[in-house]
Design a protein around this ligand. Structure first.
Ligand SMILES: Cc1cc2nc3c(=O)[nH]c(=O)nc-3n(C[C@H](O)[C@H](O)[C@H](O)COP(=O)(O)OP(=O)(O)OC[C@H]3O[C@@H](n4cnc5c(N)ncnc54)[C@H](O)[C@@H]3O)c2cc1C
Length: 372
């Protein structure tokens, strides 16, 4: 395979993070860049179960200086575009595709990034793709988490169905379900199955539904709690907390779900809401994971691979977790600014981003303190 192209920037992934970052590069006048996407624009959102909706509400508040929580650019609003407050994955993918077309972003679809190699003396990266190799001075990793589910949290988990594999809850046969994992995906599955009249047990090693942590990256969102409370009253949802599932086995009557002291028999395939491992496993040698997550500089650049930036839901600085769009979109301009400065490009257009709350440099403001 030969190196066939040299670029300034390659963005990997055309989801919310890749598209949002691509727009900032375009606004800066950077032209020698591409967005590589292994599927289609917004592919992760297109793969959400049909009934799954955004938990963060959308509202066309940008006219008064408050951007729609799920917007990824200045002057756009998913709420306005699809006339919904809680968008489905398909509706949000439509929003992303519209943004990509409007800004004529240089997206190449159906190209998978397989490997990334850092060149010596900060000369950039060799990106191995399904179509050949590209050399780029900077790489922005925006490959997300949703397509990298955690399928092996305990022995026998491969017998279960991960919630990200479900196209529609209507397709599952049976009247009684067990869900392992009770954070947003697990509770969303329970809510949707219960709405279909099914009986559901959710088993969680902690008790997210009782957490009062003010950070929605840690506790359930108000939207989920509100729906859960309503359906819990029907008696169709049972919540089992502080129980860690240790193994799942195939038995005569279905599936045995084993914890240290309990055993349940599920007549249907157990559903995993055990989260995602994330795409960084592909390029693990290019980050320092000594704290358990990818360590980043204050510009969201790898601390050990200069020129490699991370955007999206995997960005984390200590206790500040950027797993929602309204959080991680505020770092696109930080990354674009760092790259533009090294390319000696004028960054004055980013002032509009700063004014709109889309250029967050000082993380000391990201406390989740709440007075009431
Ligand atoms: C149950 C649930 C509910 C959620 N609700 C919300 C919510 O209400 N609000 C919110 O803000 N967030 C929500 N999220 C999180 C949301 O999924 C993320 O915010 C969002 O997907 C992150 O965007 P991203 O661009 O980082 O990743 P993605 O949207 O996953 O985009 C990554 C893109 O990269 C591509 N890709 C991956 N690997 C490669 C590769 N090797 N080569 C080339 N391309 C690649 C993929 O095809 C994909 O298009 C929810 C998640 C779950 C599971």
């Amino acid at each position: 395979m030969k190196t066939f192209e040299t670029l300034d920037v390659v963005i990997v992934g055309a989801g919310a993070a890749g598209i949002g970052c691509g727009v900032v590069l375009r606004d800066l006048g950077i032209t020698n860049y591409v967005i590589l996407e292994r599927d289609r624009v917004g592919a992760s959102f297109l793969n959400w179960p049909a009934e799954m909706c955004f938990i963060t509400p959308s509202f066309p508040s940008h006219g008064f200086g408050l951007l729609d929580l799920n917007a990824i650019t200045l002057k756009s609003s998913p709420a306005l575009m699809v006339q919904r407050e809680h968008l489905t994955g398909k509706e949000y993918a439509f929003y992303l595709q519209t943004i990509a077309e409007h800004f004529q972003l240089p997206i190449r679809t159906e190209i998978e990034v397989k490997n990334l190699k850092s060149l010596p003396q900060e000369r950039g990266f060799i990106i191995t793709t399904s179509e050949g190799e590209i050399q780029s001075r900077f790489v922005i990793w925006a490959a997300g988490e949703f397509q990298y589910p955690n399928r092996n949290p305990f022995p026998g988990a491969q017998l279960c169905l991960h919630n990200s594999q479900v196209q529609s809850w209507k397709q599952l046969e049976g009247d009684e379900f067990y869900i392992i994992g009770g954070y947003e995906s697990g509770i969303d599955a329970a809510i949707n199955l219960s709405l279909l009249g099914k009986k559901v047990r959710v088993i969680d090693r902690a008790s997210k539904w009782l957490s009062t942590d003010p950070d929605p990256s840690i506790s359930l969102s108000p939207y989920t709690l509100q729906r859960l409370e309503f359906l819990y009253k029907t008696g169709r949802i049972e919540l089992i907390h502080d129980v860690a599932v240790e193994e799942v086995k195939r038995v005569k009557k279905g599936y045995a779900i084993q914890s240290k002291s309990d055993r349940w028999i599920s007549p249907t395939v157990p559903i995993l809401g055990t989260g995602f491992t994330g795409s960084l496993g592909l390029i693990a040698d290019l980050f320092d994971f000594s704290n358990g997550y990818a360590l980043l500089t204050d510009k969201d650049e790898s601390t050990i691979s200069p020129g490699l930036f991370l955007v999206g839901s995997q960005v984390r600085h200590g206790n500040v977790i950027f797993c929602f769009i309204y959080k991680f979109r505020q770092r696109f301009a930080v990354v674009a600014n760092a790259i533009a400065q090294r390319l000696a490009i004028n960054t004055s257009v980013l002032e509009a981003y700063r004014q709109a709350g889309l250029f967050l440099e000082d993380l000391s403001c990201c406390e989740n303190d709440c007075v009431c």
